[in-house]
Write a protein that binds this ligand. Structure first.
Ligand SMILES: Cc1cc2nc3c(=O)[nH]c(=O)nc-3n(C[C@H](O)[C@H](O)[C@H](O)COP(=O)(O)OP(=O)(O)OC[C@H]3O[C@@H](n4cnc5c(N)ncnc54)[C@H](O)[C@@H]3O)c2cc1C
Length: 378
């Protein structure tokens, strides 16, 4: 199915394009990838501009076709992506909108939309990644507070975050999925130590977060006590939503650029490389059609809902790795080591896509069990 846009949707696209053409040249220079305070200011500043122009809450309240147009046009125009606003806009915000009280929505949502607050995600622990329900960070009730002790890891943007969506164990005696609660933790609370983790890719995107008797008000719990696993499933259902749309657009653009480079530098004469780029083109075209089909069928502006999202995530994350492997071949050793290291960084970071938001093995388990009806692995 090809998505046919209505005249109103095409009008939205035209107005957005016009606005982007004016707004983007006014943006300050992108900060150095290692300058985290600078990146925070840049990403929040962009969100503020979107908010002032009426595009700030598009991820939450616009029909899927408008979200798709927004993500496609912003990517094609080279606009900044959500960056440090990722968890606030795409995880915590929608979760609070769906599961929070009126008071919680009024307190936490407007600062996210106005570009005033950065959120991070404190889910994974050293022994609880794929098996998230094994998490052990403990929250003990003391009057109107929880007192929290434990450790989180791989917490993206923890260093510059104001808030953390935190999973804690509130009932250690209950079956493991039933003793968890979802809390909003202020990152300036006493007892929090953030230790950045430098990776192969360079910038310390993640951190370990140590919690030593951190007091968080009970009023900061979203959802009922011990019902955090259900709330977490709401959060994770947003994770595979719109996140990949702009990236698929970007990958298609990168692939087109590689084909042009290969023609210019003589590598196009290699039939194996041509076949490789052709197969990638087919792959990304199919992923883009799937996104459009999903919106045309009245679904989300992301890969696909439910277990179908796992098929999308599995294929997309692998195709992205193959794209940057192919880029290394087209550019050769000297081209890949470009002065600003952009290709190198993109290739290294492509490795993380088959791990973040559920590893490829976990996606295959979901596909095997929920789509193919095979017996559970364990
Ligand atoms: C770029 C990036 C950003 C991230 N940001 C955050 C963040 O902000 N907040 C946060 O909380 N976490 C974050 N994470 C962590 C991420 O959620 C975990 O890395 C992921 O869930 C895998 O967990 P793990 O690293 O502990 O690996 P493990 O779960 O230990 O897995 C190790 C290996 O075993 C395999 N495996 C595990 N269980 C099974 C099984 N049942 N069947 C088959 N194979 C299995 C896995 O596929 C993997 O290959 C981020 C990760 C990345 C890469």
């Amino acid at each position: 199915m090809d998505l046919t846009y209505t005249p109103e949707e095409e009008d939205f696209r035209a107005r957005l394009r016009e606005w982007l053409a004016k707004a983007l040249p006014e943006l300050p220079a992108r900060p150095d990838p290692l300058d985290w305070p600078g990146r925070r200011a840049y990403d929040l500043g962009w969100q503020r501009r979107l908010y002032d122009a009426g595009y700030g809450s598009l991820h939450w309240d616009a029909p899927p076709a408008l979200r798709l147009i927004f993500l496609e046009e912003t990517e094609l125009a080279g606009a900044p992506y959500v960056g440090a606003n990722f968890v606030g806009l795409l995880h915590a915000g929608p979760t609070i909108a769906a599961e929070g009280t009126d008071e919680q929505r009024a307190r936490w949502l407007p600062p996210i939309l106005r570009g005033e607050a950065v959120w991070c995600q404190g889910f994974s622990e050293p022994d609880a990644g794929s098996d998230l329900a094994a998490l052990r960070t403990r929250a003990v009730r003391d009057g109107d507070d929880y007192v929290i002790t434990g450790q989180k890891t791989w917490t993206s943007h923890a260093e510059i975050a104001d808030w953390c969506e935190l999973l804690v164990r509130t009932d250690p005696e209950a079956p493991r999925h039933r003793g968890i609660s979802w809390l909003a933790m202020p990152m300036d609370a006493p007892g929090i130590t953030v230790r950045p983790l430098r990776t192969l890719a360079g910038p310390a995107e993640f951190a370990e977060v140590f919690l030593d008797e951190v007091r968080v008000p009970v009023a900061n719990r979203v959802g009922a006590e011990h019902d955090g696993w259900r709330v977490t499933m709401v959060t994770l259902s947003f994770e595979r939503g719109t996140a990949f749309v702009g990236e698929v657009v970007a990958c298609r653009r990168t692939l087109g650029g590689l084909a042009r480079t290969a023609r210019a530098n003589g590598r196009w004469d290699d039939p194996v490389l041509r076949r490789r780029l052709g197969r990638l083109n087919a792959e990304f075209t199919a992923l883009w059609r799937l996104i459009q089909w999903n919106v045309g069928a009245g679904g989300e502006a992301g890969g696909a809902p439910g277990a179908g999202g796992s098929v999308f995530k599995l294929r997309y994350s692998q195709a992205r790795q193959e794209l940057y492997d192919a880029a290394a071949e087209v550019l050769g050793a000297s081209g890949a080591l470009d002065a600003d290291q952009e290709w190198t960084a993109a290739r290294l970071s492509s490795l993380s896509y088959t791990i973040a938001a559920g590893t490829s093995q976990i996606q295959r388990n979901i596909i095997a069990e929920r789509i193919l009806g095979l017996p559970k692995g364990r």
